[in-house]
Design a protein around this ligand. Structure first.
Ligand code: SF4
Length: 225
């Protein structure tokens, strides 16, 4: 089936943006919790909500050092897990979730992390974004996790005007070609953490400013002329 002309234009722009970001940041994961086996990625992603990556990495390492398998974690006292994950925000809630999730992995999947979205989202605290992270970073299977960084940058670049990350995910699924699908999240998150910051984006040093439809990029062009 033919693709609509606006999708072809959108794909071209997105590919140019992703290539520029790949040239700038490279293509390997930055974070320990997103670079490894599916259980590590699942634990790290559950701990990452509203927490900076270094704290997430610290807590994920601590948990897996003491409880390297789902069975170990399912049998661990929740108070002990809470102590280990204390660096992250909402650590008590997250400790309970980790234990519940580990118990269900043992009960339903023989202690392994499933590689199907429907099985992942049936676990406590695992929404579409977390499931997509596990698929991409744990199994290297195609999925597009859309978090606040990805959503914000796609809107600023004019790739989407959608109001929610879920809708942005739908747009990206239509636009992103197969060769970029495993890298979209990583590249946009890196850009969002270093340059396209939520409050004060550093447009003057942005490698994708040429494609940005946000007003701040236009201001930079004017400043430089
Ligand atoms: S030009 Fe500014 S707003 Fe646009 S993507 Fe770059 S940093 Fe973000």
């Amino acid at each position: 089936m033919d693709r609509p002309a606006e999708n072809i234009q959108g794909t071209k722009k997105l590919c140019a943006v992703l290539q520029a970001l790949a040239d700038c940041y490279g293509l390997s994961p930055w974070n320990w919790h997103t670079n490894g086996d599916p259980f590590r990625v699942l634990v790290g992603t559950l701990l990452s909500h509203r927490t900076r990556d270094p704290k997430t990495d610290e807590a994920t390492r601590a948990v897996l050092e003491h409880y390297p398998t789902a069975k170990d974690l399912a049998e661990a006292p929740v108070e002990r897990i809470a102590t280990l994950v204390r660096p992250v925000n909402f650590y008590k809630t997250k400790a309970r979730r980790l234990k519940e999730t580990a118990a269900l992995l043992v009960e339903r999947h023989g202690g392994k992390v499933p590689d199907q979205e429907r099985d992942l989202t049936a676990l406590p605290g695992v929404g579409p974004k977390t499931a997509a992270c596990v698929l991409v970073y744990g199994f290297r299977k195609p999925a597009i996790p859309v978090d606040v960084h990805v959503h914000r940058i796609c809107r600023r670049l004019g790739i989407t005007t959608c109001p929610t990350p879920k809708e942005t995910q739908g747009v990206l699924e239509k636009l992103v070609p197969a060769r970029w699908i495993l890298h979209v999240n990583e590249l946009l998150v890196k850009h969002g953490q270093t340059t396209c910051l939520p409050r004060s984006p550093k447009c003057s040093r942005c490698v994708v400013a040429a494609w940005c439809s946000d007003g701040r990029a236009a201001n930079v062009a004017t400043e430089g002329s």
